[in-house]
Design a binder for this molecule. Structure first.
Ligand SMILES: [Zn+2]
Length: 218
C-alpha cells in the first residue's frame, strides 16, 4: 500500500467538495479533482474548482456530460463536445499536463473507454490520460467503501484511488480512510505513477490501444 494517490471524480458539488477540501487541507493530502464540464459551466461550482486549485490540488478533465463511455459513442463532434469544451471551461485551472480521465461505467477498464477519434484528439491535444487501479465503489456503498479500498490496496505498492465528491454520504468516511492508510504505513503522493498513464502529454507511454474500441470488432 506504500504509495497512495487520491483522485476525486464527477464534481464539484457545493454540498460535498468544500468539506472534502477542508479534510485534505487539515490532513495535508494533495489530490486531483477530475471535474465534469457541465458542472463547472456553473460559476458557483467553478469557484469550488478554483478553491481546489488555489489549495494545491490538480484539476483534470472528466468529460462534459459523463453519460456514455466514449468508446461507445460515435460522431464527429464527440471529442470536442466532451473533452475540448470541458478543457476550455477548466481554462487556467488546468494542470500543464492536461490530465484527462476517461470513465468506464462502474470503473471497468477496457476498450470501451475511448474511441479512436477520441484517442487521436487526446494525442493531438497533448493530453495525459490517467487510469486507476482502485475502485472503491463509494457511490454504491457509502459506508463500506473504506474497507473495500483498503483490501484492494493492501498488496499493491502503487495505488491510484478513484472516489467521488458526490452527495452520497461516502465522503464522511474520508478522514477515517486517510487515518487507516497512514496507520498501515501508506504515504500519500499527488504524482501519478507512470504505470497509470497510457498517454503522457500526447506521447504514447503505455498500452493506449487497450483503452480504444476496435471499430472492426464493434
Ligand atoms: Zn466518473
Amino acid at each position: 500500500m506504500k504509495h497512495v494517490t487520491l483522485t476525486f471524480d464527477n464534481g464539484p458539488e457545493p454540498d460535498v467538495t468544500p468539506g472534502v477540501l477542508d479534510i485534505l487541507a487539515k490532513e495535508n493530502v494533495p489530490a486531483t479533482f477530475f471535474v465534469l464540464g457541465h458542472k463547472i459551466d456553473d460559476p458557483d461550482r467553478r469557484k469550488l474548482a478554483e478553491r481546489a486549485h488555489a489549495e494545491g490540488h490538480w484539476i483534470g478533465n472528466h468529460t462534459f456530460h459523463h453519460d456514455t463511455p466514449l468508446g461507445r459513442v460515435e460522431g464527429p463532434n464527440v471529442p470536442e463536445d466532451e473533452i475540448g469544451r470541458t478543457q476550455e471551461l477548466i481554462g487556467d485551472l488546468s494542470h500543464p499536463d492536461k490530465f484527462f480521465r476517461p470513465f468506464g461505467g462502474g470503473g471497468a477498464l477496457g476498450p470501451h473507454l475511448l474511441s479512436r477519434p477520441v484517442a487521436d484528439f487526446l494525442t493531438a491535444g497533448a493530453y495525459t490520460c490517467v487510469l486507476w487501479n482502485v475502485i472503491a465503489r463509494d457511490w454504491a456503498d457509502a459506508d463500506g467503501w473504506v474497507e473495500t479500498a483498503m483490501e484492494i490496496m493492501a498488496p499493491q505498492d502503487q495505488s491510484l484511488v478513484v472516489i467521488h465528491d458526490l452527495p452520497t454520504g461516502a465522503m464522511a468516511h474520508l478522514p477515517r480512510f486517510i487515518d487507516l492508510v497512514r496507520e498501515g504505513g501508506g504515504e500519500f503522493q499527488q504524482e501519478f505513477h507512470p504505470d497509470f498513464l497510457p498517454l503522457t502529454r500526447g506521447r504514447v507511454t503505455g498500452d493506449l490501444d487497450a483503452c480504444v474500441t476496435d471499430p472492426a470488432a464493434a
